[in-house]
Write a protein that binds this ligand. Structure first.
Ligand code: ZN
Length: 360
């Protein structure tokens, strides 16, 4: 049946990736044609490595700015920062930090602050939220909150990201979130076939090609952290931009993300990165989907990303993963995936976890 549907894409206008590129920020701001009243939103750790340098660059060009520090990036605390942003009334909000900071910044836009433009300056390679319109916050565990306009500009300064104290772990987690596209696209196509949800062949095709390219590059790139930062950040940016292009969360969110959220909810205090949970979720769901999960394990192993529960920094009992597998289909009931409407039985969950080697 011919369709007259309208697709509206909202994507970043400017993406700059490179070494020592913060000096380009004033030009980006001026190009927005705004009276630049700027608010920098950063974290306690990212303040000195990136927040203050951003402030200095703006001051040197006589651009008025203030800085607020996010101490807690959960939904519970988010309204504190929304109030601070409302009080200052900036034209431009600059998010300087990792995954939690960008999500809080996007939440500020989401809460009726849509007239503000967002600029994203990532200090790590945590997940594809650095360029996407979608917002996830801990509530108390990973929850999809909604969407806002994506950042109008993204400046990824490789020198800043290289200073991250846990660089290799975050790079590996970035690989984990990127590899998750393998199962997310499968789920998206599956829902299109079974439930005729809207599917973009163009976006799906571009993402599949980008993901293959990334898989070919990543193991080589990881030998050199500087090259690795470039490869991982580009992959995360492409995924984030494609989410804005198709205006569909399914581009980067499938059953592997539901497993991740379910596991987070079983172990809320464990210090596991989003991309690390996605890595395990992708191995499990790839096998369930009939894809080659060994291929996923191979790429993740080369990247130093966890492929077994015991590889995680915090000890997670196998039973917690099994419960997560059994409950995951309830995480986002509107989203049809390989988990179906009723999910896995406990016996099936044990089989899956042991067959894939995620549990010994
Ligand atoms: Zn993700």
């Amino acid at each position: 049946m011919p369709t007259t549907e309208i697709l509206e894409s909202v994507v970043p206008r400017s993406i700059i990736i490179g070494k020592s590129i913060l000096y380009k920020l004033p030009n980006v701001i001026h190009s927005l044609g705004k009276q630049p009243k700027v608010l920098i939103i950063t974290g306690t750790h990212t303040k000195s490595v990136a927040g203050e340098p951003v402030y200095s660059v703006l001051s040197s060009q006589k651009i008025e700015s203030e800085m607020i520090i996010v101490e807690n990036s959960s939904l519970e605390s988010a309204d504190i920062y929304v109030d601070q942003v409302k009080q200052y009334k900036p034209d431009i909000l600059i998010s300087v930090g990792g995954g939690g900071i960008i999500d809080i910044s996007k939440y500020c836009l989401f809460k009726n602050l849509h007239k503000i433009e967002l600029i994203s300056i990532p200090t790590a390679t945590p997940h594809d939220g650095i360029a996407s319109p979608f917002i996830f916050l801990d509530d108390p565990t990973e929850k999809f909150i909604g969407e806002c306009r994506p950042p109008v500009a993204i400046l990824a300064d490789v020198d800043i990201i290289l200073q991250h104290p846990d660089l290799l772990r975050y790079l590996a987690a970035g690989v984990g979130d990127t590899i998750g596209k393998i199962t997310a696209i499968w789920d998206w196509k599956y829902a299109w076939r079974i439930k005729s949800v809207k599917f973009s062949r163009f976006v799906g095709g571009v993402l599949e090609n980008a993901d293959t390219l990334f898989q070919n590059q990543v193991s080589q790139a990881l030998l050199d952290p500087e090259h690795a930062v470039q490869v991982v950040i580009k992959a995360l940016l492409i995924a984030g931009v494609l989410m804005g292009t198709s205006n569909d969360i399914r581009v980067g969110y499938g059953s592997e993300h539901m497993i991740s959220a379910a596991l987070h909810s079983e172990t809320p205090d464990a210090k596991i990165l989003h991309g690390e949970r996605i890595a395990l979720g992708t191995i499990l769901m790839a096998h369930l989907q009939g894809q080659n999960h060994n291929h996923v394990v191979e790429i993740l192993s080369k990247a130093g990303c966890p492929t077994n529960l015991s590889d995680l920094e915090d000890e997670i009992p196998p039973e917690a993963l099994i419960t997560a597998l059994v409950k995951a289909h309830k995480i986002n009931p509107k989203m049809y995936t390989i988990l179906g409407k009723t999910g896995l039985t406990e016996a099936a969950a044990w089989n899956l976890a042991t067959e894939t080697g995620v549990i010994d």
